[in-house]
Design a protein around this ligand. Structure first.
Ligand code: COA
Length: 334
C-alpha cells in the first residue's frame, strides 16, 4: 500500500485471541424445545450452531482465555499491559464491571487501570478506537482490549424470535504503539440514540429493578424489533465503512477483506450488495457461532487469519452495529 495514502499513522493490532464454550447447541437441538425449524433459522439467518456456556461456567472466563491467547500471540508479556478495556453488555455482577476480575485472573500488574465499555455489538470496534486514541493522546503503549459476551444468560430460551440468534464467545487483542501486526489506518464511532430501544433488555436496571416473578416477564430478557434492526444495520455499517475509507484516503477497491458484525447472513449479503462488493471478499462464520455480539469481529477476523484468507499486507475493513444504536468501523493493513 502507498505510504502517502495515510493522513497519519495510528497504532497497531499486535495479536488476536479467541475463545468459545465447548457446548454446541444446534438448530436441531432447538427444534426439540421450540416451535422452530432448522429450515426457518437457516434461511432467515444463516445460523446452524451456537456455542453456549454451561450453567456453572462464568462468562468472564471466556475473556480470560481469549486474553491469554492474545498476549501469548503478541510480542509483549502480561507485565507489559498498561490498560485493559473490556467491551461487554453483560457483567459477572452489576458492580463492579467485569474488567477487574479479568485483570486479576490474568495476573496483570496491580497498577494497571481498567474499565468496561458498553456499546452493543459494536463494543470491540469502539474499544479499538478508544485504545488507539489512548495510545496517541495519553501515551499508553500496550492496551489489552476484550470483546466478551454471554447473551445466552439474558435471552429467553422460550422466545423463538430471539434465542435462536445468539451465542457466547470472546475475542481479545493487544493494541500496541508499535510492532508487527495490523497497522490501524482509521477508526470511527457513530451512534443513533433515536434507535435506542430497537434492541433492549429493560429489566434489572434502576428503571425496572429486579423483582419477584420477573422470570415470567419478557421485559427481563433481550428483545428487539427484528425488521427495524435489519433495515438500520445495513445503512449503519455502510456509513461507517465509507467514513473510515474516506478518512484514510482509500477506496473500496483497495480493501482485500471485509469483516462485518456476524448477526445474520442476510444482513451481510445486503451490506455487500449495497457496497457493491462480492461475497468472496467477506469473512463469514455466523453459521458456526451465531451472533456473539462484541465477540463476532475478533472471532471472524481470527478465523480469516487462521485459515490463511487474510495475509500480511492485506487491507481489512471491520464494521459493526448494535444496541444503542452504536456503530462503527476500523480500517487496517495486516
Ligand atoms: N422459528 C420459526 N418462526 C419464527 C421464529 C423461529 N425461530 N422466530 C420468529 N418466527 C416467526 C414469527 O413469530 C413471525 O410469525 P408470524 O408471521 O406468524 O407473526 C414470523 O416468523 C416472522 O417471519 P419473517 O417476517 O419472515 O421474519 P424476518 O424475515 O423479519 O426474520 C429475523 C426475522 C429476526 C431473522 C430478522 O428480522 C433479523 O435478522 N433481524 C435482525 C436481528 C439481529 O440481527 N439482531 C441483532 C443485532 S446486533
Amino acid at each position: 500500500m502507498n505510504e502517502s495514502c495515510h493522513k497519519e499513522t495510528l497504532p497497531n493490532i499486535l495479536s488476536i485471541g479467541a475463545a468459545v464454550p465447548d457446548k454446541v447447541v444446534t438448530n436441531e437441538d432447538l427444534e426439540k424445545t421450540l416451535d422452530t425449524s432448522d429450515e426457518w433459522i437457516t434461511s432467515r439467518t444463516g445460523i446452524k450452531h451456537r456455542h453456549v456456556l454451561e450453567e456453572e461456567e462464568i462468562p468472564s472466563s471466556l475473556g480470560v482465555d481469549a486474553s491469554r491467547e492474545a498476549i501469548e500471540e503478541s510480542p509483549v508479556g502480561p507485565e507489559d499491559i498498561d490498560l485493559v478495556v473490556v467491551a461487554t453488555n453483560i457483567s459477572d455482577m452489576p458492580i463492579p464491571g467485569t474488567s477487574p476480575f479479568i485483570v486479576n485472573e490474568l495476573g496483570l500488574s496491580s497498577d494497571v487501570p481498567f474499565f468496561d465499555l458498553k456499546a452493543g455489538c459494536s463494543g470491540f470496534l469502539y474499544a479499538i478506537d478508544v485504545a488507539a486514541n489512548m495510545i496517541k493522546g495519553k501515551g499508553y503503549e500496550r492496551i489489552l482490549i476484550i470483546g466478551l459476551e454471554a447473551l445466552s444468560r439474558v435471552v429467553n430460551w422460550e422466545d423463538r424470535s430471539t434465542c435462536v440468534l445468539f451465542g457466547d464467545g470472546a475475542g481479545a487483542s493487544v493494541i500496541g504503539a508499535r510492532g508487527e501486526g495490523g497497522r490501524i489506518l482509521s477508526t470511527s464511532m457513530f451512534g443513533d440514540p433515536s434507535k435506542a430501544k430497537l434492541i433492549r433488555l429493560e429489566g434489572g436496571g434502576t428503571r425496572l429493578p429486579p423483582a419477584e416473578g420477573s422470570e415470567d416477564d419478557e421485559r427481563y430478557y433481550v428483545r428487539m424489533e427484528g425488521k427495524g434492526v435489519f433495515k438500520s444495520a445495513v445503512n449503519m455499517m455502510k456509513r461507517s465503512s465509507l467514513n473510515v475509507l474516506e478518512d484514510a484516503g482509500l477506496a473500496l477497491s483497495d480493501v482485500d477483506w471485509i469483516v462485518p458484525h456476524q448477526a445474520n447472513i442476510r444482513i451481510i449479503k445486503q451490506l455487500a450488495k449495497s457496497l457493491g462488493v462480492e461475497m468472496d471478499r467477506i469473512i463469514v462464520n455466523v453459521e458456526e457461532y451465531a451472533n456473539t455480539s462484541t465477540a463476532t469481529i475478533p472471532l471472524a477476523f481470527k478465523e480469516g487469519l487462521d485459515e490463511g484468507s487474510i495475509e500480511p499486507g492485506d487491507v481489512v475493513l471491520l464494521t459493526a452495529f448494535g444496541a444503542g444504536a452504536a456503530y462503527g468501523a476500523t480500517l487496517l493493513e495486516w
